[in-house]
Design a protein around this ligand. Structure first.
Ligand code: E4P
Length: 218
């Protein structure tokens, strides 16, 4: 399973990249607004920090403007994944870019049928939003299970399931059990994965016992 971080905060990205466990980055217009920096140079900077795919989203909704924005974004770096919404215009742009060998991340997916369309349009990634479905009292993980099952039935489809709108470690665990290819998580959710009280307790005991041996490894 690949780990992407869902943020446009360059300091957070640098910090997580330093762990050696980060495989990519996803951003969206809301995250760019939160970062408070100019979009194009910020995305270029992120692409230099992380080797894997960096998703940067188009801003317009009509095909004519969207394709121009998408082409411009695609030129930022080799590891760019152009992010488009799951709309007829977005999927048309997806097909064109994918045919040209450009990675496309189709976002705002809330149904398995939408995921089928994205795969047919050649998307590199489909982003189903788990947390936003949970917010409506639907089980967002059911959608991940459906998409993983359907994509598994068509081995010639190369679209990766990128679990988005992740809110907690259970979303990651269950997505991994289902065989989802990627999760994109807020930085705090990635950091939560390290934690277990028995790890802390066990380590404290080992440190204390080692001290009492009076030995040194170095
Ligand atoms: C996905 O790429 C989106 O940027 C993101 O996961 C949305 O998450 P949210 O529902 O927490 O805003």
């Amino acid at each position: 399973m690949k780990f992407f971080v869902d943020t446009a905060d360059i300091d957070e990205i640098r910090d997580l990249a330093d762990t050696g466990l980060l495989d990519g980055v996803t951003t969206n217009p809301s995250l760019i607004k939160k970062a408070g920096k100019d979009f194009l140079p910020l995305i270029a900077e992120i692409c230099e920090v992380v080797d894997g795919p960096v998703s940067a989203e188009v801003a317009s909704t009509d095909y004519e403007t969207m394709i121009k924005e998408a082409r411009k974004i695609s030129k930022i770096a080799d590891n760019i994944a152009v992010k488009v919404p799951l709309t007829p215009a977005g999927l048309k742009v997806c097909k064109e870019l994918s045919d040209d060998g450009i990675m496309v991340n189709v976002t705002l997916c809330f149904s398995a049928n939408q995921a089928i369309l994205a795969a047919k349009a050649g998307a590199a990634f489909i982003s189903p939003f788990v947390g936003r479905l949970d917010d409506l009292s639907q089980d967002g993980l059911d959608l991940i299970e459906d998409i993983c099952t359907i994509y598994g039935n068509y081995p010639n489809w190369s679209t990766e399931v990128l679990v988005a709108s992740v809110r907690n470690p259970v979303h990651i665990l269950e997505s991994a059990k289902m065989g989802a290819d990627v999760v994109t998580c807020p930085p705090n959710v990635i950091r939560q994965l390290y934690n277990h009280p028995l790890t802390d307790k066990g380590l404290a005991a080992f440190v204390e016992d080692w001290k009492q041996t009076g030995q040194s490894i170095l």
